[in-house]
Design a protein around this ligand. Structure first.
Ligand code: ZN
Length: 339
């Protein structure tokens, strides 16, 4: 079985005022003994090229990814399916969820996201930036079919960090970091939450998604007082409830390589991230009750990422080992009034 490297997912390290959730890329040991199972049949055929034959043994996956045909990758799927089989053999169902960030502005990418979300009919947590919200986008979201809910993604997605933090090699952008007094940040967030609630009513869940997945402790400690019920950042959570009344439900696979021109990381790398988190949960190396989250950014996805996403969710939505729980229950956040 795959070996997972030590995980870093700290939320309250003394002395660290602003914390990013991140974890090292899990590594599958070369002598993995996973038994491939039959890959599930795709629910949809979105017209992408399927990889018909496995790679030859010993081939370096990263070196052979063809951006045109690697929208799907059968060996990677088989490893992922083997992990799902392990859940089934233990009588368990793997909970997954899907979050898409940076919504608020209109455009073809947003149109495509809404269209696909309606087609695949899986719960989608759409993280909307309040200050970006255009009236026509609000109208489209209100009219969207299916289990789509709105989460709050910061206020204006503006970086306020201007100084390099001690120990950090470079500036790490954050809207909700320690550059401003926590109360000023919280007042802004409350204003943003009020806007989303006015725009979306019960479709808005009091769940906060910090831009760049970074938030200072003094800020998230104040979220429950404002009515927020959950926080979603990135990486395996250290604890389920970092402060009383605030559930943490993160994402664990972000298939965009931001520092390399926002390129798609590829099917193999993404499936491996999802598989590794599932395995870590199943083996007790990560919180078993934290659902495995897939993070997308509709504005920054290339055609191969779209093809992969459509194929992945099309396959998973009917897989017997997988559950996509309704987001209000998964995030423990029924619509409530903020303030
Ligand atoms: Zn963002």
């Amino acid at each position: 079985m795959g070996h997972v490297q030590p995980v870093e997912a700290k939320i309250s390290r003394p002395g660290n005022r602003s914390v990013k959730w991140e974890y090292d890329r899990p590594v599958l040991s070369p002598n993995s003994t996973m038994t491939p199972s039959s890959p599930a049949q795709p629910v949809h055929n979105y017209g992408i090229a399927m990889r018909a034959t496995p790679r030859s043994p010993g081939t370096d996956a990263a070196a052979t990814v063809n951006p045109v045909i690697s929208g799907w990758d059968e060996p990677a799927w088989q490893a992922f399916a083997a992990e799902l089989d392990a859940w089934v053999s233990q009588g368990r169902q793997a909970s997954l969820w899907w979050r898409d960030d940076d919504a608020g502005q209109p455009g073809p990418a947003f149109d495509r996201l809404l269209s696909f979300a309606a087609d695949v009919a899986l719960p989608l947590g759409l993280a909307v930036v309040p200050a970006w919200l255009a009236p026509e986008v609000a109208e489209r979201i209100r009219a969207a079919p299916g289990p789509l809910v709105v989460l709050q993604h910061g206020f204006a997605h503006a970086n306020h960090e201007t100084e390099i933090q001690p120990g950090a090699p470079k500036l790490r952008p954050a809207e909700c970091g320690s550059a401003r007094p926590p109360q000023a940040v919280l007042e802004e967030l409350a204003e943003g939450g009020a806007r989303l609630q006015a725009a979306f009513g019960s479709r808005f869940l009091p769940v906060f998604v910090p831009p760049w997945n970074r938030i200072a402790r003094a800020v998230f400690a104040g979220l429950p007082r404002l009515g927020y019920r959950a926080l979603s950042a990135f990486g395996p959570r250290a604890v389920a409830e970092p402060v009383p009344g605030l559930l943490q439900v993160n994402c664990h696979a972000d298939p965009i390589v931001w520092r390399e021109g926002k390129r798609f990381a590829g099917a193999s790398a993404t499936l491996e991230r999802l598989r590794a988190h599932l395995a870590a949960r199943r083996e007790g190396q990560a919180d078993p009750s934290e659902p495995t989250g897939l993070l997308t950014h509709h504005r920054d996805m290339d055609p191969m990422f779209w093809a992969f996403l459509e194929e992945l969710l099309g396959r998973l939505r009917s897989h017997p080992a997988v559950a996509f729980p309704p987001l209000p229950s998964l995030l423990d956040a029924q619509p409530v009034a903020l303030g």
